[in-house]
Design a protein around this ligand. Structure first.
Ligand code: ADP
Length: 754
């Protein structure tokens, strides 16, 4: 004991830096590793000492080798790994005062008084309790001679930040928990696979997903896969004969031409009286009602596992960075523990216990069968998603309500193909038909509007479009000019088009704007036009994210993960070129998600001096034992320093030390099935666009707009503002919110302050 005490005193004499520790606790979640990496690297960049506590609170209670000092390399190569490399556990000991006393002492031994806890509400509650007890524990430890007084006096308070990692997305204080997006990826992949086999045999499947008190995964999974029915704990099926209603809905779908039927249920699904609904019960009901074989798939732990999605990697990185920034810059000793989370696309800080209480309130409302209240607590976008889902699953459109005039809208795709375009069109078509209106599909983008390839779309014409990539309607980058307008105007008149939805990228926006300019010549253009952003480049004004960008990002990250694996045996430096035209979104975000050393963006340009410095840095890293280098370059970062030029420069300078390989990723970035996020947002935005068009048609108001996501909100911008909001020469918005992540990407890549 005395020796330990002496050591502790000595430690303080030699090391005066702030020390913080990070741990992962409770259920594991993909993205925990990027969070740990960000905490460690940010702390090191601040000049702080940082420790990892292995095996969650149990490691804190046991101390010794479970608490390890981390350096830059300790967290290298972990971004793409699922789970948590520092281990997690459930600790009964930490639930006891004695256990927490031991844990506090172990922190004091290492001079740690700031903690980043990554876990669910249990783990964060535990952290809160430890912080409350801390002053008393310190006093007791001093009084009982277990720690020197000066050590205790130096650490009178414990500073805590909680980061929520949970696949369920069941926590207040953050719109997305770390791991939920990846879990949705697993669910969507599995349900897509199940749908194809179900369609082959005309079968019905019941898929059970995680979520005891939270239907997020089930509901979003159902929207993203175009499932036929969903059962969630917050909103149990209504009416005594819900089973009959479910069977009828599925029967109608079959009659209308669907070959597969999918029911998605959360594990906490229950009826209005709170009685659990089991998957075997659902199967039995469906087998009896449909008179066919029904299969059940319980997805289980696959939902937790595997490579984290690009979103989860970057979410973890942003939150880990912000947590340390808070603890080292803004934290005051008496501050309540905080949760650092995401609101919209912004990082926010909220008192931890408020979040825990609100989170538990939903569970309590469910337990008391106050389902309206539970839905309200989940927030408006959750309820809105549920409504949208109910409309989309209807097998047939509803008749036009009496006294209402039937509207006729046209939908088209424009610009390069973006995954999610079909999802948006399907949702728009069904949401419009559902209200008794008519929809026309224009083939091959604006050229179709010129050529008159326009046909009515029925409920079943868009069946299965939720999940398919590319553009079923056809799309191209044509921007109308000259006599095109005359042809377009004639077709609009001939087909009696009263409103136009353009789901597409830059050229679609430009075409819409030009139509606006041509109104003085062609009165046919006096109709409301609305643009829905769909472009993998994420270069559209008024929307922080466009449909397709998330899928492209995941495509890039998947490819780069493989490229990195291919290089483990040799000393290699990869120069990877990604799309984006003049917008660096994909380059920066994929660089962050894959741990690239350098990212070259057109927004920042490339100078010879930068290149020289970068070559020196990377050469130095290889000399110190580095085995793999990764550089990501936006396709238009610089007209002279092209990917082959940069590769050649690195190759020449790195001769003998490493070899350089270039990879121009090309069209794989545009392809593939849309990611869950793109499917969900496409559906959400389509709903807003349809409402916009129908309202404006009713009011005879031709005001036109483009829609966008600003954080969680969905907003419209007047189409007249298009030129004011963009850098026309480079076809990108003037303000690009994501550039604020630039310093984070840089700091994660380079140990400059060590
Ligand atoms: P999650 O953090 O994923 O919700 P748990 O609820 O299992 O997971 O909590 C993880 C760990 O956090 C527990 O094993 C325990 O050590 C600690 N913990 C949870 N709740 C408390 C509590 N009320 N008091 C002290 N420690 C707690």
């Amino acid at each position: 004991m005395l020796e330990e005490k002496n050591n502790m005193t000595q430690n303080h004499e030699t090391r005066q830096q702030t020390r913080l520790a990070v741990l992962t606790s409770g259920g594991d979640a993909p993205g925990m590793n990027s969070t740990v990496r960000a905490v460690v690297r940010t702390a090191l960049s601040y000049g702080a000492e940082v420790y990892a506590i292995y095996e969650g609170y149990q490691g804190m209670v046991d101390g010794g080798d479970y608490i390890r000092r981390m350096n830059w390399e300790s967290v290298g190569g972990i971004l793409q790994r699922g789970g948590t490399v520092i281990g997690t556990a459930r600790s009964a000991a930490f639930r006891t005062p004695e256990g927490r006393r031991k844990a506090a002492k172990n922190l004091l031994i290492h001079d740690i008084d700031r903690l980043v806890v990554i876990g669910g509400d249990g783990s964060l509650t535990g952290a809160h309790i430890l912080r409350q007890e801390w002053p008393q524990i310190v006093t007791d430890l001093i009084a009982q001679g277990e720690i020197p007084a000066e050590v205790g006096n130096r650490h009178p308070h414990l500073g805590i930040v909680g980061l929520v990692a949970s696949i369920d997305n069941d926590f207040f204080g953050t719109d997305m928990t770390i791991g939920a997006d990846t879990a949705l990826h697993r669910i969507v992949d599995a349900v897509d696979a199940i749908s194809s086999t179900a369609a082959s045999h005309q079968r019905t499947f019941v898929v059970k997903v995680m979520g005891r008190n939270c239907g997020y995964l089930a509901l979003m999974g159902a929207i993203a896969t175009g499932a036929d029915w969903v059962l969630i704990p917050e909103n149990p099926p209504k009416g005594l004969d819900w089973e009959k209603h479910m069977v009828e809905r599925l029967q109608k779908g079959r009659k209308a031409g669907r070959r597969d039927s999918i029911v998605i249920m959360a594990e906490g699904a229950c009826d209005q009286d709170g009685n659990p609904i089991g998957s075997s019960y659902v199967r039995q009901v469906l087998e009896e009602g449909l008179q066919e074989e029904v299969r059940v798939t319980v997805l289980g732990h696959v939902q937790r596992g595997g490579r984290p999605s690009a979103f989860d990697r970057n979410l973890g990185t942003r939150l880990g960075y912000a947590a340390v920034q808070y603890l080292l810059e803004s934290y005051r000793p008496k501050d309540e523990p905080q949760v650092v989370g995401l609101r919209g696309n912004r990082v926010v800080t909220t008192p931890l216990m408020d979040c825990v209480k609100q989170t538990q309130a939903v569970a309590q409302q469910i337990a008391q069968h106050n389902y309206d209240q539970a839905m309200k607590l989940r927030g408006s976008s959750f309820s809105e998603s549920f409504d949208t889902f109910l409309t989309l699953i209807r097998a047939e459109p509803r008749p036009l309500p009496k006294g209402e005039k039937r509207a006729r809208i046209a939908v088209l795709n424009a610009g390069a193909p973006a995954p999610g375009m079909n999802t948006a069109i399907r949702a728009a078509v069904r949401l419009c038909l559902d209200q008794g209106h008519e929809v026309l599909g224009v083939r091959n983008g604006i050229t179709g509007l010129i050529a008159g390839t326009i046909q009515p779309l029925e409920w079943m014409s868009v069946n299965g479009w939720t999940t398919s990539g590319g553009s079923e309607l056809g799309t191209n980058r044509y921007v109308p000019d000259g006599t095109d307008f005359y042809a377009m105007a004639r077709n609009i008149e001939e087909h009696n088009i009263q409103g136009l939805l353009i789901v597409g990228g830059w050229s679609g926006y430009e075409a819409a704007y030009r139509m606006l300019q041509e109104r003085k010549h062609f009165p046919a253009f006096d109709i409301p036009i609305v643009c829905l952003p769909a472009s993998i480049d994420n270069n559209l004004p008024g929307s922080e994210l466009s449909i397709g960008a998330d899928t492209a990002l995941n495509n890039i990250v998947g490819a780069v993960d493989k490229i990195k694996q291919s290089a483990v045996a040799a000393r290699r430096c990869f120069v990877v070129e990604v799309m984006g035209r003049y917008c660096g979104y994909l380059a920066l975000m994929s660089g962050m998600a894959t741990g690239a050393e350098r990212v070259y963006l057109h927004e920042e340009g490339i100078t010879l001096r930068d290149l020289q410095q970068d070559i020196e840095d990377i050469t130095h890293d290889f000399q110190s034992g580095k085995r793999l280098g990764l550089i990501i370059r936006n396709e238009n970062a610089n007209a002279v320093y092209t990917t082959p030029v940069i590769s050649a420069l690195f190759e020449e300078e790195g001769r003998g030390l490493f070899v350089v390989r270039q990879a121009i990723l090309g069209h794989l970035q545009q392809g593939g099935d849309p990611s869950p996020f793109d499917r969900i947002q496409a559906t959400r935005m389509a709903r807003y666009c349809v409402t916009y068009l129908l309202d404006h048609i009713k009011e005879h108001d031709a005001q036109s707009a483009f829609i966008g996501m600003q954080g969680k909100e969905i907003l419209f911008h007047n189409l007249e503002d298009f030129p004011r909001m963009v850098d026309e020469a480079h076809q990108r918005p003037r303000q690009q919110w994501w550039m604020e992540m630039r310093p984070i990407a840089r700091q994660m890549a380079k140990p400059d302050m060590q």
